[in-house]
Design a protein around this ligand. Structure first.
Ligand SMILES: Nc1ncnc2c1ncn2[C@@H]1O[C@H](COP(=O)(O)OP(=O)(O)O)[C@@H](O)[C@H]1O
Ligand SMILES: Nc1ccn([C@@H]2O[C@H](COP(=O)(O)OP(=O)(O)O)[C@@H](O)[C@H]2O)c(=O)n1
Length: 192
């Protein structure tokens, strides 16, 4: 049997990863796994051993240890019969990358990395708006956002650079309106 296919979806906080992943799911039949959503769901379980740890990382905009995140992704992949996955918000730092490579990496076929490029200011503005509209997220506030941006620049951008060197990055200009970003993404997915 062939390996499941994976596209990693990366970009700063509020770059539009979730928005565009749901478009890709509708049109191209991928299953969307958001590392952030999986962590938030784990944090909310009353019997989770990791609830407090996850909560503190999310509020501080820092990255949860990969053993936790990778296991959640792996469980979600196993629970799904799908053959194509969008993995959103992962890998986000070197620890995520190493954890993935040494566990599931060999068992999947990484197609490419979709990078939604968006300036800091626009990222902050979108997340603040999302918070004001009632996202209920503990990290859609200015204090957490500043930390999330620092983590993105210092820890996540080097991962995107690493994938660029391997010619695996497909970049999209994510500051345009959501419909125009989506048109660009269709071009990247239509022939795979
Ligand atoms: N291209 C866009 N232009 C303006 N707002 C957008 C765009 N894409 C997404 N948004 C809005 O910005 C916020 C963050 O988008 P989201 O998809 O949740 O980003 P991420 O998953 O990268 O954090 C949401 O409120 C969403 O509706
Ligand atoms: N691979 C990941 C993804 C998210 N996270 C945590 O979850 C938070 C929210 O991530 P997210 O992908 O849902 O949201 P955005 O910051 O992209 O809007 C991050 O700031 C991290 O604290 C993590 O620790 N490891």
């Amino acid at each position: 049997m062939s390996k499941p296919q994976v596209v990693f979806v990366l970009g700063g906080p509020g770059a539009g990863k979730g928005t565009q992943c749901s478009n890709i799911v509708s049109k191209f039949g991928f299953v969307h796994l958001s590392a952030g959503d999986l962590l938030r769901a784990e944090r909310s379980k009353p019997d989770s051993m990791f609830g407090e740890l996850i909560d503190s990382h999310i509020k501080n905009g820092t990255i949860v240890p990969v053993e936790i995140t990778c296991k959640l992704i792996q469980n979600a992949m196993e629970a799904s019969a799908a053959s194509r996955f969008l993995i959103d918000g992962f890998p986000r730092n070197k620890d995520n990358m190493i954890g993935w490579d040494t566990t599931i990496g060999d068992q999947v076929d990484l197609l490419f990395v979709l990078f939604l490029e968006c300036s800091e200011n626009v990222c902050i503005e979108r997340c603040m708006k999302r918070g004001a509209a009632g996202s209920g997220r503990a990290d859609d506030n200015l204090e957490s956002l500043k930390k999330r941006i620092v983590t993105f620049v210092n820890d996540s951008m080097p991962i995107i650079e690493y994938f660029k060197e391997k010619n695996l990055v497909k970049r999209v200009e994510a500051e345009k309106n959501a419909e125009d970003v989506w048109s660009d993404i269709i071009e990247l997915f239509k022939n795979i």
